[in-house]
Design a protein around this ligand. Structure first.
Ligand SMILES: Nc1ncnc2c1ncn2[C@@H]1O[C@H](COP(=O)(O)OP(=O)(O)O)[C@@H](O)[C@H]1O
Ligand SMILES: [Mg+2]
Length: 346
């Protein structure tokens, strides 16, 4: 198989300037990618999984020539991202998070025609491609309207169409479903699968373990700028298959540094514990915001003993769910943390 992405020892250091006193500025280096090496083969869906702040967007920007690496080399479709940036840009396409770059005063159709012209696609060909995208992505209903009237879902679809306008053999998607509701996210995952079945290689980032698992042929797990594991989802999960995992929801106001979490860890059937204090969007039944305690444990556990610890500390337990081995367990095994934890400020 042909390698369509080859990354060799790529690092990226940002310099963040922080005011120090009245006149001085301190320069703080942020090592967003650390000596990253991997390749992607033609025809793959390659998933880059990592928490917020792991360096996913930075890496995708390097591969799509929007950002230069501080050191190392990367080739995309055989072209060097630094020396042959124009070639790379011509053949690939990308949809980056927060970067929708569509023209609000134009209609969706005018936008697509404009972007087709940037790729020097003859207008007859552009017309038939746009028609193809309209039916693939269901744009019919709104394509004739100005973008400023679109819902966020419609804007997303147009941005997606834009990223397919040049029939790219390789497309980069930065957290494509992060802002979508579950139904729209499912639709997008389906489209990604179909694109791939029709021959498009896909490089996708996500912090959603299920998405990475469902879509990717291979997954690289990224944490603090480093690839900490890379394999097929099955091979990765095989590493944690001997264990079970349990997700417990408690109030986020509970102090994590009290003895209860040590007591949990001391239970003989519990191997690992990770905690995320801020789980958003869980205020629906008046319980306030929730924290998640995730346990990796033996398959057979003593549930009473487990629940008693919470009870003894007067900690309300909102829910307890056992989960199948997931890519998050792999992440937790390697890092002791959950994927939902934001690492961008650390
Ligand atoms: N332009 C920038 N200047 C300084 N630091 C940055 C910049 N962009 C990103 N970072 C930092 O680099 C790290 C990786 O960020 P990013 O690539 O956006 O991660 P992800 O996409 O996985 O959330 C984070 O710590 C982030 O705060
Ligand atoms: Mg990002």
């Amino acid at each position: 198989m042909r390698k369509v992405i080859e990354v060799e020892d790529v690092s990226k250091i940002y310099i963040r300037k922080k005011r120090k006193g009245l006149f001085k500025k301190e320069k703080i280096p942020i090592n967003a990618c650390k000596n990253i090496s991997f390749y992607v083969e033609e025809g793959e869906i390659f998933g880059l999984l990592g928490p917020n702040g792991a360096g996913k967007t930075t890496l995708i920007k390097i591969l799509t020539t929007l950002l230069l690496p501080t050191s190392g080399r990367a080739k995309v479709l055989g072209y060097d991202v630094e020396k042959d940036a124009n070639k790379v840009r011509h053949f690939i396409n990308a949809m980056l998070m927060g970067e929708r770059s569509i023209y609000w005063k134009l209609t969706g159709k005018q936008n697509l025609e404009y972007f087709a012209s940037l790729y020097h696609i003859p207008s007859k060909e552009a017309k038939s491609r746009i028609e193809g995208l309209v039916s693939k992505l269901d744009l019919e209903e709104f394509l004739g309207r100005k973008v400023e009237t679109y819902s966020s879902g419609q804007k997303f679809k147009l941005a997606f169409a834009k990223s397919l306008i040049n029939n790219p053999p390789l497309i980069f998607l930065d957290e494509p479903t992060a802002t979508l509701d579950p139904r729209a996210a499912r639709e997008v995952r389906q489209i990604i699968k179909e694109l791939n079945e029709n021959g498009t290689t896909i490089f996708l980032t996500t912090h959603n373990m299920n998405e990475a698992d469902e879509l990717s042929h291979r997954v690289a797990i990224l944490d603090f700028g480093e690839i900490i594991d890379l394999s097929t989802p099955d091979a990765l999960k095989e590493k944690v298959s001997k264990n079970a995992s349990i997700r417990i929801e408690i109030p986020s106001s509970v102090n994590i540094n009290l003895s209860w979490d040590k007591e949990l860890k001391d239970l003989p059937f519990i191997h690992e514990l990770a905690y995320d204090q801020k789980i958003s969007g869980n205020n629906d039944n008046g319980n306030g915001s929730r924290a998640v305690v995730k346990l990796v444990c033996e398959k057979n556990i003593n549930l009473t003993e487990l629940v008693n610890i919470f009870e003894n500390h007067d900690i309300p337990v909102y829910s307890i769910n056992s989960e199948l081995p997931s890519l998050e367990d792999v992440f937790m095994k390697e890092t002791g943390r959950l994927l939902s934890e934001d690492t961008s400020k650390k």
